[in-house]
Design a protein around this ligand. Sequence first.
Ligand SMILES: [Zn+2]
Length: 230
Amino acid sequence: MTKACHAMVITPHPDDAEYGIAGTAARWAREGKDVIYVVCTNGNKGTNDPEMAPEKLAEIREKEQLAACNLLGVNEVIFLRHDDQALEDTPEFRKEIVRLLRIHRPEIVVTSDPYRRYIWHRDHRIAGRVVLDAVFPYARDRLAYPDLMEQGIMPHKVKEVLLWGAEQPNHFSDITETFEVKMAALRCHHTQVGHFPPKWLDLIKKRHETLAEGKGFALAEAFHRVELWW
Ligand SMILES: [Zn+2]
């Protein structure tokens, strides 16, 4: 039951990971590395359309996420289906993440930086913090969940965490070759980006150019990277 994957991308909402990591995820996939997405909420509050029902929106957003992942070459998408704007730092949510980390055994875990100050979606803050706690100590320690051990779901040591949305990035990933597929994946999220003006594309490109300045490549995604010491 335990097959190791290269990276597990744990995203609060459908679409966050496309902004944060999709270029890098597509590069990993092209290199033949396994990438798994875990989508924490169903995004059922992400609309201004008075005609849109939350259940319908959740359904559409799963399809949008699957279409995006298909373009990127992501191997598997796991939907946890929590309500949008309702993530909490609970023992149940933490264990849900630990269980997935232990089953899929990623070398790298990618999520939202919980330490972005002031205006930051509550789900982004909580998902990021819960994932960091899940990586250490809960996924690592044998005695954290005896019941998981009894099911054969053994402890796991993640080697590296990448946090998108970081105010203090210390790791810049080359997405020059995969920028176009990242943008195509973002455009799969019609309910979120369908109404954006065409200028939006230029703004995103400019941001990735700025992040790559002085790095020796044209376009970058930026992360705060945490290497684990074990
Ligand atoms: Zn989000």
